[in-house]
Design a protein around this ligand. Structure first.
Ligand code: ZN
Length: 131
């Protein structure tokens, strides 16, 4: 089964969507399996990273800005190639093990929707497969 969620984003930011993924798993009733969190956009993505210190998200965004600055030689007419690069870097999905009805995450791990070209109305999907 697939669950769809929407969110309204700022220009760039990471949004902790772990509670939505937990909610989808609970609604599915599946106790053991696999969960795929998928972003159907080309300038946003999904990642797993630290959920405790918000400075980590700040530093990830800062590091991605440094790694993928806007460049004069980019050709894409929309002018947001740096957002496309960041989206490909983090990837469009994450796969998470479901164990005893819960996502098998480390204590300090959260699941994040990564916005690189907002503000926009975005969506993501949570696909749950029993095993
Ligand atoms: Zn574009």
């Amino acid at each position: 089964m697939v669950f769809e969620y929407t969110l309204r984003t700022e220009r760039t930011n990471f949004y902790n969507i772990t509670s939505k993924v937990r909610e989808a798993i609970a609604k599915s009733g599946i106790v053991n399996g696999i969960c795929v969190v998928y972003c159907p956009h080309t300038t946003a993505g999904i990642t797993i990273n630290e959920n405790a210190d918000p400075d980590v998200i700040h530093d990830l965004l800062s590091g991605l800005d440094k790694a993928f600055p806007d460049r004069r030689e980019f050709l894409h007419v929309e002018g947001n190639s740096t957002a496309h690069l960041k989206a490909s870097c983090v990837g469009a999905s994450q796969t998470i093990i479901i164990n005893e009805g819960r996502p098998l995450l480390g204590t300090w791990q959260g699941i994040y929707f990564c916005e690189f070209d907002g503000p926009r109305n975005r969506k993501f999907f949570v696909k749950i497969i029993s095993s």
